[in-house]
Structure formats: structure tokens, C-alpha cells
Design a protein around this ligand. Structure first.
Ligand code: FMN
Length: 389
């Protein structure tokens, strides 16, 4: 299964084309819209989120509520487009208009793709870079992820996400079922399971905003119900944990990833890291702990997958940072466009989508099928086989 996305932040629409879904899978626009709304919530989001109320339109590949096996195209319109037709239109414009310095962006923002993207593609109007490098693109990644999540749900695989740290405030660990994680994180304005930390996180966001600053944090994604032995150890590009790691770090502003106890493993002896193997007739094989977060040798162990991603603070600051104008080469203080002061809660939803996509693709790669009923059967039989192996 694969997908591409297209669309600029202030263009007419965002689009994704998903290829490789089996036929006969139930899919409704509301399956996708629920996740699009989740991405727009969260304490600390800026004004753009009030302008846009994202809604997906299924433009192809689904008939009467079921996938056809043909490409599924999803479209999310940008409601703000009417104000950007002149600046972002596809039609050629006159030389005078091109030279209009008011329109041209020549001041790269630190922490964004602006300067490197300009150098790479030869764009001297940096809007040509920032329109696509903007995290607005994560809207359609969430849409594609929602489709993957629908597939996973039908295969008995559940996924949830929550925020474990914002601006240095850490949530206390909770022992909750995956359903409780979903419900509790959904009810929290910062998607946090710990109510004490939640309040402190909101205060930290408010004070960052008041100071013209921004803060980052850490999100966690949990996947339950994966059969053992998905992924592979035989080649670097078939390791499922590696694919998930790449997907997480590909999200705008994500700078690190870990599985299970992650970086903590560097501080412990092996006897306190590796998960002992056990078997009983109800569960089949299981691990007595899950320090390695559901992976050994690039393959699923059948234990929950636990993956965390680190998001840097939003780079656009009301408190200006120093940069250099690419026309005059003069220094200046980077000015702001409207911006979030913290997008960690929204980024948890994006991370969930990214992980869902990788897991669903891995299942389809391994249990390849053009029909949903055959896919369900193949995965059920893998579960039974792995249990009594
Ligand atoms: C959900 C989400 C929302 C974001 N919102 C903003 C924003 O409002 N302002 C901003 O400057 N950066 C925002 N970012 C981060 C930038 O898009 C990102 O830092 C930038 O594209 C540079 O990419 P890099 O940080 O991966 O190098 C957001 C990221 C995510 C995941």
C-alpha cells in the first residue's frame, strides 16, 4: 500500500491518493472527518484552526460505503483559498506582479525549510518553499492514517496516542487499557492522561504564548492486537520498527523516536532490558515485560507496540529570532505569520496516523490480498499459527 499527498498550505485543496487497499472494506467520510477534527483541537493552537474546519471528500475508489480496490482519492478543501487566489493561483502573472516585493518572501525563518528549500530549488520567493513545507500537509497524512486505522480496526488492531510531556512537564505513568487511553486523552485539552500534569502543561503553554515563545514535547503511540512476526529481519528496509521510526521523524518538527524504554536502555544492564519469553495455552507466546516496545529483530513480538516521538518547539515565534534577508544580505529579526505556540497535542494525532499507516502497509505487504474477507482470514490464521508455533 502506498500514498502520496499534494497541496500547498494556502492552495485550493489538499489531496491524497491511496493505492493498494483491498476491495470490500467499509469506508465513510465520517471515519476520516473524526480524525481531521481531532488534529485541529488542542490547547495552544493558533487562529488558522478557527478558519479551517477540515472535511474530507472521497473522490474515488469507494462505492456505496465499500472500497473498490481502485485508488482512493481524498480531497480536503482549504476554506481560506478565496483570500489567496491571486497569490497562490496557478495562472501566470505579469513581471510587475512577480517583482512586487510586498508579495515576495525573502526573509527565511530559522527552524523552517525556507532557506534550505530556496537553495535547493532555486526559489528566490520563499513562499514557494513554505507553502508546501508547512505542517498543513499533515492534514492529509491524518486522512490517509484514518483510512489505515479503519483497516486495522477491521483486522482487530487498535491504536491510541497521548501526550506524555510538554515544555518539560512530564505526565505520571498510568496503567490503563487502550480504550481508557483513547477516552481519557480525547477528553483532555492537551491529550494527557494525568490530570495534574494536564493543568501544568496548559499553564506552560499559556506562559510560553504570553512570552512570545513556543514549547515542544513528547507523544506516545500504542498499538495492540498485532500478530507476532510482522516485518522482517532479513533486510534493513524491511524492518518494521525502522519504517515506523522514519515515519515519525518525517512529521514536521519531530526530532527523535524511541520504542519501549528507548534511550533508557543505555543506562540499564541487559538483564533489566530484555523481555523474558513465556507461553500459556490461552495467550500463546508472550513476554513477561515489554521494555522493547513490541519489536525484536525488526518484527512484531505480539506485545503492544509502544513508540514515542519528540517534537521540537514550534519555530515561528512572536519573540523574533535573527536571520538574514536573501536579497539585501542584511540581518533582520524574523517576523511572525499566525502560528501555534504549541502543537504537541495535534502532533499526537499525526503520529498516530503515521504509525497506523506503517502498520497497515506492513500487514498488507505480508498478507497480500485484493479482498477484505481474505485479508481478515489470513491474519486470523497467522494469529493462530503464531500462538501454537
Ligand atoms: C501539527 C503541527 C502543527 C505545526 N504548526 C506550526 C505552526 O503553527 N508554526 C510553525 O512555525 N511551525 C509549525 N509546525 C512545525 C513546522 O511545520 C516545522 O518545524 C517546519 O516545517 C520545519 O520542519 P522540521 O522542524 O521538521 O525541520 C507544526 C508541526 C506540526 C506537526
Amino acid at each position: 500500500m502506498r500514498y502520496l499527498t499534494a497541496g500547498e498550505s494556502h492552495g485550493p485543496q489538499l489531496t491524497t491518493i491511496i493505492e493498494g487497499l483491498p476491495a470490500g472494506m467499509s469506508l465513510l467520510e465520517e471515519d476520516i472527518n473524526t480524525d481531521l477534527a481531532r488534529r485541529q483541537k488542542g490547547h495552544g493552537r493558533g487562529r488558522r484552526m478557527q478558519i479551517e474546519k477540515d472535511m474530507a471528500f472521497i473522490a474515488s475508489g469507494v462505492r456505496h460505503g465499500l472500497t473498490l480496490g481502485s485508488p482512493v482519492a481524498l480531497v480536503v478543501e482549504n476554506n481560506d483559498w478565496k483570500h489567496w487566489t491571486k497569490i497562490m493561483g496557478s495562472e501566470p502573472i505579469s513581471a510587475e506582479e512577480t517583482d512586487d516585493v510586498k508579495r515576495k518572501i525573502t526573509r527565511p525563518r530559522p527552524g523552517h525549510a525556507d532557506l534550505n528549500g530556496g537553495i535547493k530549488y532555486g526559489h528566490r520567493d520563499l513562499r514557494n518553499v513554505l507553502e508546501r513545507s508547512s505542517a498543513r500537509e499533515t492534514t492529509v497524512r491524518v486522512a490517509a492514517g484514518a483510512v489505515a486505522k479503519k483497516l486495522l480496526a477491521l483486522l482487530g488492531v487498535q491504536i491510541a496516542s497521548h501526550v506524555i510531556e510538554i515544555g518539560g512537564i512530564q505526565a505520571e505513568r498510568q496503567t490503563l487499557s487502550i480504550t481508557e487511553v483513547k477516552d481519557k486523552s480525547e477528553a483532555s485539552p492537551v491529550r494527557c492522561l494525568d490530570e495534574n500534569a494536564e493543568k501544568k502543561m496548559m499553564d506552560a503553554i499559556d506562559s510560553a504564548k504570553a512570552n512570545g515563545d513556543s514549547i515542544g514535547g513528547i507523544v506516545e503511540v500504542i498499538v495492540e492486537g498485532m500478530p507476532a512476526g510482522v516485518g522482517s529481519y532479513v533486510h534493513y528496509d524491511r524492518k518494521l520498527d525502522a519504517k515506523i521510526a522514519a515515519a515519525i521523524v518525517s512529521i514536521n518538527a519531530f526530532k527523535g523516536v524511541e520504542f519501549g524504554i528507548g534511550f533508557e536502555a543505555a543506562h540499564r544492564p541487559g538483564s533489566e532490558v530484555h523481555d523474558e519469553i513465556a507461553w500459556d495455552k490461552d495467550r500463546g507466546y508472550y513476554r513477561k515485560s515489554n521494555n522493547l516496545g513490541g519489536f525484536e529483530g525488526g518484527m512484531t513480538t505480539g506485545m503492544p507496540i509502544i513508540v514515542r516521538g519528540v517534537m521540537k518547539p514550534i519555530p515561528t515565534l512572536y519573540k523574533p529570532l535573527q536571520s538574514v534577508d536573501i536579497e539585501s544580505k542584511e540581518p533582520f529579526s524574523a517576523s511572525i505569520e499566525r502560528s501555534d505556540s504549541c502543537a504537541v497535542p495535534a502532533a499526537a494525532v499525526v503520529a498516530e496516523a503515521a504509525v497506523a499507516w506503517e502498520i497497515a502497509s506492513a500487514l498488507l505487504d505480508q498478507f497480500t490480498s485484493d479482498r477484505m474477507d481474505a485479508l481478515i482470514q489470513a491474519i486470523e490464521s497467522q494469529r493462530a499459527y503464531a500462538k501454537d508455533f
